[in-house]
Design a binder for this molecule. Structure first.
Ligand code: IPE
Ligand code: IPE
Ligand code: MG
Length: 237
């Protein structure tokens, strides 16, 4: 069983289009899958789930779609936080939150503050997130630490840099899932995916149910994770 699953929730727009409905209809339908995926993780004791909800590139979509997504985020926060808190979920938003309007930002901070001591599931929602942004902000933090004299520039290595990335306190991402048929990372976690197992599904996100998730878990458990070693070395361990 993976300890940390990260998902690119893709295919909402095409799902709506197949039904001749506006794209926002697909985003709304996708929220149900978010709930069921969280429940799937809680049931199976998966400790961390990171969901890509809005990329730093998604601002380029038509204004109406961006606006509809923001409204959905707002409503979801008002609706879901109580229940998630009751289930022991720790909610965290990763990404450049300063770009969001104040009411949304306040709700995000409140949800994070309120659930910060929960330990059952770390739920990370990537909004205005980009993997390159994450690398840049980690580099910035490292430079600031150097400026304060807390870190020697010559001491910057993979380990000392790692702690500045989003999600550094969690288990590494074991399983990366992308729904909706595309085979790309789309500037989601870059540093954090270094040794993740990648699983792609053609199912559109609103249709991605527990059975689909179980198939991804099965595919994951059938993989041999070698981390550079040989198969013989790994199977001996
Ligand atoms: C993913 O679904 C949700 C977001 C990016 C917010 P899309 O909206 O990208 O759906 P498709 O890819 O157009 O079907
Ligand atoms: C990636 O999906 C972002 C999210 C799921 C939030 P996109 O649909 O935006 O990715 P591209 O544009 O197809 O690469
Ligand atoms: Mg898409």
């Amino acid at each position: 069983m993976p300890q940390h699953v990260a998902i690119v929730m893709d295919g909402n727009g095409r799902w709506a289009r197949q039904r001749r409905r506006p794209r926002s209809f697909g985003h709304r339908a996708g929220q149900k899958t978010v709930r069921s995926t969280i429940e799937s993780c809680l049931r199976r004791g998966i400790g961390a789930l990171t969901l890509f909800a809005f990329s730093s590139e998604n601002w380029q979509r038509p204004q109406a779609e961006v606006g509809a997504l923001m409204q959905l985020f707002l409503k979801a926060l008002d609706r879901e936080v109580d229940e998630l808190h009751g289930h022991g979920v720790r909610i965290r938003f990763i990404g450049e939150l300063a770009a969001f309007a104040l009411p949304l930002r306040e709700r995000m901070h409140k949800a994070m503050e309120r659930t910060r001591d929960n330990g059952k599931l770390a739920l990370n929602i990537a909004v205005n997130y980009g993997g390159r942004w994450d690398i840049a902000q980690a580099a910035r933090q490292a430079a600031q630490a150097v400026g304060r004299g807390e870190l020697a520039a010559a001491a910057i290595d993979e380990r000392s840099l790692a702690r500045f990335f989003c999600l550094a306190d969690l288990a590494p991402v074991d399983l990366f899932i992308r729904t909706g048929g595309e085979r790309r990372v789309s500037n989601f976690l870059l540093w954090q995916l270094a040794y993740s197992e990648l699983v792609f599904s053609d199912v559109l996100w609103p249709d991605y149910d527990d059975a689909c998730f179980v198939r991804a878990l099965e595919e994951f458990s059938g993989r041999e994770r070698r981390y550079g070693k040989t198969s013989a070395q790994v199977s001996k361990a």
